[in-house]
Design a protein. Structure first.
Length: 379
């Protein structure tokens, strides 16, 4: 699905130098490396503030808390997302309110959001899924009318934009993840909160440090969620290359569009007008998805599913009271979506092999043939 070794090869010398400095100085928590990365990532996106935290789920939770979402408040989010989006809401004892997504891009549907608003709505959480940017400009008047904040889930859209503005800078705050497989990935878990509001940023930083601005003075019940200094070194090295890596992803997506254009029964992804996507995932839709996926995996292709179970059908969220048929677009998508390998270093040969094996799998159930790409890296 993604070749992390190729990324590591590009940054190895720079990371080694940075790590040597950290171990020489003994600055393992915080320090200049973290501050330098936070400032650089904020500049990259055009955000007022970036606060590094331990992971993407913490980032969403801290953003919600810092924006004033309280226990019992309702937070509207799409059913088609990774469960961490909903978990962040539940972890602060707020209530996830799920809505359906649009049938083309599988992004949260603004009209559905408007219909779900109640007097208890405190936040709207658009998810920038697969490297796309959600239609936040259509959510803004909904939020304003009900007095809610917009907290973006920007974990899959580092460097994406809508109408010239970066994903993660379109609402009151945003949480992002630097999980290793993201477009900007750490060498472990890491995340960040983005906001233009200095007060919100200060509160995130305070809550992530046990509710403390000064040592042993605790003004709120917080948590221990800080960006590890070693991860900041890795992230900063990758950030210097992120724009170029995202452009390579766009070229790879264009290549797939050409290679797969004539395949019957395949729905290819489309970029929404006004969006510049960064193709964190290249997601097609096919019939008999599970059979096709098994054939691709058997041919040595790291295809996958993002995500096979909508949030409302997961066992963890049975208490919300939703059931099959409540969000038909998300449910239909879950049965047909298939993520093909895409990463900055994928080769034309690898993509051709993926296309050939997909074509064969769609034509008939078969035992995949041996493939020639081991020397060039796993597709």
């Amino acid at each position: 699905m993604v070749d992390l070794a190729a990324q590591q090869d590009e940054i190895a010398d720079e990371v080694a130098t940075g790590l040597k400095d950290i171990f020489t100085q003994g600055s393992f928590i915080g320090g200049p490396a973290v501050a330098d990365f936070e400032q650089a990532y904020a500049r990259f996106l055009g955000a007022g503030n970036c606060v590094g935290v331990a992971n993407g789920t913490d980032a969403l939770e801290l953003a919600l808390r810092a924006c004033g979402v309280r226990p019992g408040g309702e937070v509207i989010l799409p059913a088609n997302t990774f469960i961490a989006t909903a978990e962040a809401v539940s972890r602060i004892a707020a209530v996830p309110v799920l809505v359906d997504v649009d049938p083309v891009h599988l992004l949260v549907e603004p009209d559905q959001v408007a219909a779900a608003v109640t007097s208890r709505t405190q936040a709207i959480m658009p998810v920038h899924l697969f490297g796309q940017t959600a239609f936040v400009e259509r959510l803004a008047p909904v939020a304003e009318a009900c007095g809610a904040v917009i907290v973006e889930d920007a974990a899959q859209a580092q460097g994406a934009s809508r109408h010239g503005r970066s994903a993660g800078t379109l609402g009151h705050a945003a949480g992002t993840s630097f999980y290793p497989g993201k477009n900007l990935g750490a060498a472990g878990d890491a995340g960040a909160v983005l906001t233009d509001d200095d007060g919100t940023a200060a509160r995130v930083r305070m809550l992530g440090a046990h509710g403390s601005e000064r040592k042993y003075q605790h003004d709120a019940i917080g948590m221990n969620s800080r960006l590890d200094t070693i991860q900041a070194v890795v992230l900063h090295a990758k950030l210097r290359r992120l724009a170029g890596w995202n452009e390579r992803r766009r070229r790879a997506a264009d290549r797939y569009q050409e290679l797969l254009a004539d395949l019957p029964g395949v729905i290819l992804p489309r970029t929404a007008e006004g969006n510049v996507d960064v193709w964190h995932l290249y997601v097609i839709r096919v019939a008999e998805r599970d059979r096709v996926l098994a054939a691709l995996n058997g041919a040595g292709i790291g295809a996958g599913i993002h995500y096979p179970v909508p949030v409302h059908l997961s066992r963890a969220y049975r208490e919300l009271g939703y059931g099959p048929g409540d969000f038909p677009v998300a449910e239909r998508a879950a049965g047909g979506i298939l993520s093909l390998p895409i990463f900055p270093h994928i080769s034309e040969t690898q993509q051709q092999y993926v296309a050939d094996q997909l074509r064969a799998a769609l034509q008939r159930p078969s035992t995949p043939s041996a493939h020639p790409l081991r020397a060039g890296g796993r597709a």
